[in-house]
Write a protein that binds this ligand. Structure first.
Ligand SMILES: [Zn+2]
Length: 158
């Protein structure tokens, strides 16, 4: 029998997501919160709140350290953003962080490899919601009309 898994995901760790959290808990809905540790453009929730979200049964995913557009920075910086954000979130929640979300949904094939090398098991785009029950874990949909990735969801096979 196939099992349908329903989850939601929320990006940026904005402090007002506290309201959202109470809604998810009220209706018993799981969510992944993709949180950057800093963001020049907007506030991010404090570390003790990240811990609290996790303790309430939600998943914490990485959304980089500083929320740069990864396709616009060099490979070493991108690698640093991927590895250090994972490490810092793991220090906060004391559990492995396996999911990653690309800031502004921007990714390319090289970034997919960097995400995999950094130890994530899953990554997704933020550009548009698009999902497919059957997908190649390392295949990203590319929509030539929008000139951007619509779907960057993959899972390692190990
Ligand atoms: Zn974001």
């Amino acid at each position: 029998m196939n099992k349908l898994i329903f989850t939601t995901s929320w990006d940026d760790g904005y402090p007002l997501d506290k309201k959202l959290l109470s809604f998810l808990i009220k209706y018993n809905i799981k969510g992944t919160f993709y949180i950057p540790l800093q963001n020049k453009e907007r506030q991010v929730m404090k570390r003790n709140y990240i811990k609290k979200i996790y303790s309430l049964g939600m998943e914490i995913g990485s959304h980089t350290l500083t929320h740069p557009i990864l396709t616009k920075i060099d490979e070493n910086q991108a690698q640093h953003e991927l590895i250090e954000s994972k490490k810092k979130l793991e220090e906060i929640i004391k559990k492995p962080v396996i999911s990653f979300c690309y800031p502004k949904g921007k990714a390319n094939p090289n970034l997919l490899n960097l995400v995999k090398k950094a130890g994530y098991k899953l990554a997704r785009s933020t550009v548009l919601f698009h999902t497919n029950l059957k997908f190649d874990p390392f295949y990203a949909y590319y929509n030539s009309f929008f000139q951007t990735f619509l779907f960057v969801l993959f899972e390692t096979t190990n």
